[in-house]
Write a protein of this length. Structure first.
Length: 201
């Protein structure tokens, strides 16, 4: 399945791809492992507040925007901020709304567009959780010495920046393929309109 053919001769016999350097593969696996362990540790921590880790991400994002003096984001913007696919973020927000921790407000310009805001109960929950949240983060990071935190942050920022570029290029390639496969002006204009939409930051 992973065999590749010669670049110069597409009819050449398939050959296996070069193996990943051991340290590269191990580093990648450790990133995945650390992410999974943080999620597992987050379950009991956030359950003490009656929420799940994914719900905390939404609540904390909304609270942070309030502190920055920004207005309630659109539901679609939340997905971009948290790197969550639209169906997933909609499900999280719906559950938070049923718990009366957030509210969806129709846009004054377009009633079909929904903005998401914290309710008073949601705001109180976030502020209560933030009392112990820094201590919890410190406990997770205590496996490293304090001076190592800065080194880790620098490395993770480099990895994140590189991954963001790959995602951007992947999105552009997907849009290009969609535009190329369209028939007629209508398909082309539809693809173009999708590409022209500004990305939420």
């Amino acid at each position: 399945m992973f065999a590749v053919r010669g670049a110069d001769d597409p009819t050449a016999p398939a050959r296996p791809p070069p193996p990943l350097p051991t340290v590269t593969e191990e580093a990648f696996r450790e990133i995945l492992r650390a992410t999974g362990l943080i999620k597992r540790l987050g379950e009991p921590h956030f359950s003490s507040y009656g929420i799940r880790p994914g719900q905390w991400g939404v609540l904390r994002s909304l609270h942070r925007r309030e502190l920055q003096g920004l207005g309630p984001p659109r539901l679609t913007d939340l997905g971009s901020l948290l790197l969550i696919r639209p169906p997933s973020v909609t499900g999280v927000v719906d559950r938070l709304e049923r718990s009366r921790l957030v509210a969806k407000i129709p846009s004054s310009e377009d009633q079909r567009i929904k903005h998401v805001t914290l309710t008073d109960a949601g705001r109180r929950l976030v502020e209560r959780a933030l009392v112990s949240h820094p201590e919890w983060i410190v406990s997770l990071m205590s496996g490293l010495e304090r001076r190592e935190h800065a080194s880790l942050l620098q490395l993770l920022r480099k990895v994140t920046a590189h991954l963001a570029i790959l995602v951007e290029h992947g999105s552009e390639a997907h849009a290009t393929r969609a535009r190329a496969s369209g028939d007629g002006d209508g398909a082309d204009s539809g693809a173009s309109s999708q590409l022209s939409k500004p990305r939420s930051r």
